[in-house]
Ligand binder design. Structure first.
Ligand code: ZN
Ligand code: ZN
Length: 364
């Protein structure tokens, strides 16, 4: 049986959506969308998906790379800019309705409208993103490899935790070890938050040292072969005084239970809002509802935040093959915060885990 080239079939699937979004061609400019559709890993390109042809525009720096990476598209390296060349090719064509995606800035959208005419252009958000929300098995394998590498690096970092080491030291070690382990880098700025800083959901690493009787929160991800991973673990730094240990255990076990309940709510067809509610219910029952100040999860793939959004206000249902995070957290001001984040694949019957790191309460 002839193998189907996934890249070709992705472009065909974009074309199949043209009638639905009422366009006759689509100009794709978001780099993650272009990578998804063509395999191109460079940083400057424009893709014209037409009814029966595909044209890939890039600049002179990428001529060789584009020829190697991009198949099934005409590769063009125009002298006077990618957009002018693309618009020149479309101008004057009968019956044209050119769609452009959310990678286009406001200023650029004006150039497109001026170039082609208002009635012949259409801003269409999320066409390629919708396809990217459902991963094929090849992508899931790539994300799993990224999550496994991230978990291995996490285990290495835990060995470096001792009183006096700073958030910045640990964040720098994370980034260094990710690269040494084969990642192209972190998939977002690593978060290491000690003590009261762990109560800030988006803390940046500071010179604060790890201290006894406090939480230490790590949120980090790797970029491997273009695919992101994302995980959060929170550990407890031992202290000779047991005063806060009881509260720490209670906080931790509540967040872990919220994590497990959200995970149990995951299956193909489930509403994202129900998955969010499953986590929120556990935390609210403890009276900590207002301290769970973000949504339960998000899609992950070529980008760190993708569709679907696993939030109370989301109208989406989870499709089979979506890769999402489950990351409830509770942040008690002045005391500290706990977040526990794994990545899972949405399957027909439930969630399949991608993050191998253990999640039990860990005093160090
Ligand atoms: Zn994260
Ligand atoms: Zn996340």
């Amino acid at each position: 049986m002839k193998a189907i080239d996934p890249v070709t079939s992705r472009i065909d699937r974009v074309r199949a959506l043209f009638p639905q979004v009422k366009v006759t061609c689509l100009l794709v400019s978001g780099m993650a969308n272009i990578r998804y559709l063509t395999g191109f890993t460079g940083s400057n390109a424009l893709l014209l998906v037409d009814r029966d042809s595909t044209v890939f525009f890039t600049d002179g720096r990428y001529t060789t790379q584009a020829q190697q990476e991009v198949s099934d598209a005409e590769v063009v390296t125009p002298k006077k800019g990618l957009w002018p060349e693309a618009l020149k090719r479309l101008k004057g064509r009968r019956g044209l309705v050119a769609g452009f995606d959310s990678g286009v800035s406001f200023a650029l959208s004006k150039v497109i409208l001026k170039g082609l005419g208002e009635k012949r252009t259409r801003a269409v958000a999320g066409v390629v993103e919708r396809l990217r929300g459902v991963k094929d098995e090849e992508e899931i394998a790539a994300i799993r490899a990224s999550a496994e590498l991230n978990s291995r690096v996490h285990a290495e970092i835990l060995k470096l935790v001792k009183p006096g080491v700073t958030e910045r030291d640990l964040a720098a070690e994370l980034d260094y070890r990710m690269r040494r382990a084969g990642a192209s880098g972190p998939s977002f700025d690593s978060i290491v938050a000690a003590g009261p800083n762990s109560a800030l959901p988006h803390a940046h690493p500071t010179s604060r040292a790890v201290g006894p009787g406090q939480f230490l929160l790590f949120d980090h991800g790797t970029m491997l072969n273009g695919y992101c991973s994302d995980m959060t673990r929170t550990v407890w730094i031992r202290s000779s005084e047991a005063a806060d240990l009881g509260k720490a255990r209670e906080l931790y076990s509540t967040v872990l239970e919220a994590h497990e309940q959200a995970r149990l709510a995951v299956r193909a067809g489930a509403r994202c809002s129900q998955v969010d509610a499953a986590a929120r219910r556990v935390i609210a029952a403890k009276g900590w509802g207002k301290y769970f100040s973000h949504s339960t999860g998000h899609g992950v793939g070529l980008e760190i935040h993708e569709s679907p959004r696993v939030a109370a206000t989301s109208k989406d249902k989870l499709p089979a093959g979506a890769v999402i995070t489950i990351e409830p957290g509770v942040y008690l001001p002045g005391f500290g915060g706990v977040r526990i984040e794994d990545m899972v694949v949405v399957r027909e019957n439930g969630a399949e885990g991608l993050t191998p790191s253990p999640k039990e309460f860990t005093p160090i």
